[in-house]
Design a protein around this ligand. Structure first.
Ligand code: NDP
Ligand SMILES: O=C(O)C1=N[C@H](C(=O)O)C[C@H](O)C1
Length: 238
């Protein structure tokens, strides 16, 4: 498979290494605006760029009819617009806030725990994410996905970033975002009462899990048309 890497930073480089080991070719890589002629050569594009470039990169792939997998976080205000363009141009697209298989299993665990805790009024839920100091967005995309899944199962109606504002936080899940050098990504959900705390944590030891999941998603998407999620990919491989 010929892969174009849109964004050649920490993730782009890790994907390149693993993709070559899986027998793929990196036919194009960029950390700036796309060269359309070069991108046209690709069977699939993988976008791990920056929040303000993701929408342009993704919609360029739709225009050129290249299936695209995106893991870039912090651009989701434009997600619905991207989906509309994808459908109109008969494109192929998967976005995930986290492509790691382990995190996607952790998403399922989080949903199950949220359902169990839904009627336990003595417990307060909280979310914490820790990432490296180079991360541009906070909270992480993964933390937002985890919060959204808890909101779907409980009385909580929104989330907020702790220490950022003093608005009304009734029925809102507080997310603490900590930045520590070199941490690939750690997410914890805790339910605390006066008596005890129930806590689940996913700790990424390296970026390989994110990269491998994105490549598996790209292999899966290559010959399909439509908008998919990582759940669609996992349902077919687990
Ligand atoms: N979904 C998932 O599983 C995961 C998602 N992520 C997300 O992926 C994104 C990238 O993470 P990471 O690799 O660590 O970040 P990096 O900063 O290491 O890489 C981003 C790269 O994108 C480049 N870039 C800037 N503008 C453009 C453009 N217009 N087109 C293409 N590339 C551009 C940057 O170049 P320059 O440095 O010159 O600006 C940089 O090389 C982040 O949003 C992060 O949150 C990360 C890990 C897992
Ligand atoms: O920026 C990162 O590094 C990561 N970003 C993603 C996110 O925002 O959730 C996924 C992973 O946690 C690493």
């Amino acid at each position: 498979m010929k892969i174009a890497l849109l964004g050649y930073g920490r993730m782009g480089k890790t994907i390149e290494e693993l993709a070559i080991k899986r027998g793929h070719e990196i036919c194009y890589k960029t950390s700036t605006a796309i060269d359309e002629e070069a991108l046209k050569e690709a069977d699939v594009a993988i976008d791990f760029s920056v929040p303000n470039a993701a929408f342009t990169n993704i919609t360029m792939c739709f225009k050129l009819n290249i299936p695209v997998v995106s893991g870039t976080t912090g651009w989701l205000d434009n997600y619905d617009k991207a989906i509309e363009i994808c459908h109109k141009s008969n494109g192929s697209f998967i976005y995930a806030s986290n492509f790691s298989i382990g995190v996607n299993l952790f998403f399922k665990l989080n949903k199950t725990l949220a359902h169990l805790m839904a009627n336990q009024q003595d417990y307060a839920v909280a979310l914490k994410e820790i990432h490296h100091t180079k991360k541009l967005d906070a909270p992480s995309g993964t933390a937002i996905t985890l919060a959204e899944h808890i909101i779907d199962a409980t009385d909580n109606t929104k989330w907020h970033l702790n220490n950022q504002d003093s608005k009304d936080h009734t029925n809102s899940i507080g997310i603490t975002a900590e930045r520590t050098p070199d941490v690939p990504g750690t997410h914890t959900i805790s339910y605390s009462s006066k008596i005890d705390t129930i806590e689940i944590t996913h700790t990424a030891h390296t970026r390989e899990g994110f990269a491998l999941g994105a490549i598996i998603a790209a292999e899966w998407l290559k010959d399909k048309t439509g908008v998919f999620t990582m759940n669609d990919v996992l349902d077919s491989i687990i």
